[in-house]
Design a protein around this ligand. Sequence first.
Ligand SMILES: [Cu+2]
Length: 263
Amino acid sequence: MYGRLPIVKMLLVTLALTALISAVMVPINWNGQGASTAAPKIDHLLNVMIVLSAFVFSLVMVMLFYALWKFKAKPGDESDGEPIHGNTRLEIAWTLIPTVIVLFAGGYSWKVLDDIEEPRSDHLTVAVFSQQYAWIFAYPGKDYAWTEGELDVPVGGQRQFKMHALDVIHSFWVPEWRIKKDNVPGITTTAIVTPDKVGTYQLVCTELCGFGHATMRARVVVEPPGKFKKWVEDLDQKTPKPLMEVVELESATNPPALGAGGA
Ligand SMILES: [Cu+2]
């Protein structure tokens, strides 16, 4: 037998290492500026994940280095290792601990996403069309005003983006909003965001979609509702017929909220 492992000591070293790694990693602003109600929730979730990961990393490192030090072969020792057959307690521990951690992380993430995406009746729906290598937006209202390369939304209140990929898979991501959603040909996906800071941001495609992928960006303008209303009214292009059919079909099953869009 190896004798009793100094479990208490190893646990203390693990906790100290976890605290040290967390103290360095958590204060770093990984996601940059936030501009939606989702941002603080997702940043907090990331910090919780960092602490959990630091714990797992520390535990593995402490056990690894303990084993390297304690069970190192003596110089000249050519004998076989001790014949052992598993260790039930250890196996239960290394199954239970990761299971609890993964279930907790999954449950917590679910709760955060559920909070962010809780539908509200006052939402504004904007249809998003993505194609190599451009973003097109259609706003509710008579004939659906459309615009290319710039997405304006009023600040505050929930915004739902109904996404349609016209060729290959693209992905909708505004880093300051934190939310990212794939656009998949043949199905409609929805990103739900409540922008809470006026400003100009960038919409980035985050799914490698072809040669021009790196240039597939659009300006995002979050502005006061009055300014937004005027901006939509000034759009003079109507959504082209084939895209309009897609929007109409979708509106039939999910009508945009009354008054939304102002157009
Ligand atoms: Cu892309």
